[in-house]
Write a protein that binds this ligand. Structure first.
Ligand code: CA
Length: 314
């Protein structure tokens, strides 16, 4: 059994998320896939960034004061690519400027830059050629409904650009993921996406999409997802409950497997473990040996691979 390791925003436990440095490191660590979150600039360029906002991962407030919307946030959609290229890409901050993970890369330092989705694929092409080890891409369409309100349709642009990836002809090297179940339906039925699709599953309280995740994880909801998607990407909290200090699995993974779907949960972080687990190893043992997940999103690909090797999952 080989569990796929997806480098979550690159090796984001070590270097600022989604920077080229984080992607190169993840590739050298042996990650099977490098993840891209994709959002659109004002001039309809696709860039690799987790949020529709710039302020929690760049110095935009310093370089472009006065360009925030009424809610105080700086939106990618309000900036041209040329402007975004002038920004420093920083370790993730809270809105007050403090580090989300204080032990990680020092906050508000470094000379990393934001780059485009195409540039990232060209980088991975080069790394794959240079090392002889073929890592795949795992692209997420961020907030598609919001982007359409803003006048840009992300999905067709993204599907077209994936062809720049040398592995585009190999369905084992590309995944397309989205939180929005309406967009997953569209990817499959209208846009005829030719790569495996993963329906991400979060919690309704995050308001990530109009999708009702509580309904999506029911047997009827999952059966509907299985008509459209090749797999699910559930939040770790949906995989188990803690009862009297004991970990008890939910039926989600088994139900998805019974429907022929793969399961790639998120996010595995040795510095931010979910309730009930005292180490990354304990969490991996549960997810891999008991639940038999097919792959996972990790901020620490090296630690994850090392542990998976010790439990014969690599
Ligand atoms: Ca993502």
């Amino acid at each position: 059994m080989r569990t796929a390791v997806i480098a979550h925003r690159g090796a984001s436990g070590y270097l600022p998320e989604h920077t080229r440095a984080a992607k190169v490191l993840a590739h050298l660590m042996g990650a099977d896939f490098l993840e891209q979150d994709v959002v659109a600039t004002r001039d309809d360029e696709l860039i690799v960034l987790h949020d529709i906002h710039l302020d929690t991962v760049t110095d935009v407030g310093i370089k472009y004061p006065g360009r925030a919307r009424a809610d105080g946030r700086y939106y990618v959609r309000d900036f041209d690519l040329a402007e975004i290229r002038t920004l420093a890409a920083w370790e993730r901050m809270r809105e007050d400027g403090s580090a989300v993970y204080p032990a990680r890369y020092p906050a508000q330092t470094g000379h990393h830059r934001v780059h485009t989705f195409v540039e990232e694929m060209l980088l991975i092409n080069r790394l794959n050629k240079a090392t002889g080890r073929r890592a795949g891409i795992y692209a997420e369409i961020k907030s598609p409904a919001w982007h359409r309100q803003e006048g840009v349709d992300l999905a067709p642009l993204l599907l077209q650009q994936i062809n720049k990836f040398d592995g585009a002809g190999d369905p084992d090297l590309v995944f397309v993921q989205c939180f929005d179940d309406a967009e997953v339906r569209r990817l499959k039925q209208d846009l005829k996406c030719r790569w495996p699709i993963v329906q991400l599953i979060g919690l309704n309280e995050w308001q990530e999409a109009e999708t009702d995740y509580a309904e999506l994880v029911t047997p009827a909801g999952l059966a509907r997802v299985a008509q459209l998607a090749d797999g699910i990407g559930p939040h770790l909290s949906l995989l188990y409950t803690v009862v009297d200090g004991q970990i008890e699995k939910t039926p989600l993974v088994a139900n998805a497997h019974a429907l022929g779907m793969i399961v790639h949960p998120y996010t595995f972080r040795s510095d931010d473990l979910p309730p009930g687990f005292e180490s990354l190893e304990a969490l991996l043992r549960f997810c891999v040996l008991e639940l038999q997940v097919d792959g996972l999103f990790s901020d620490f690909p090296d630690q994850t691979i090392e542990i998976l090797q010790t439990i014969d999952a690599r």
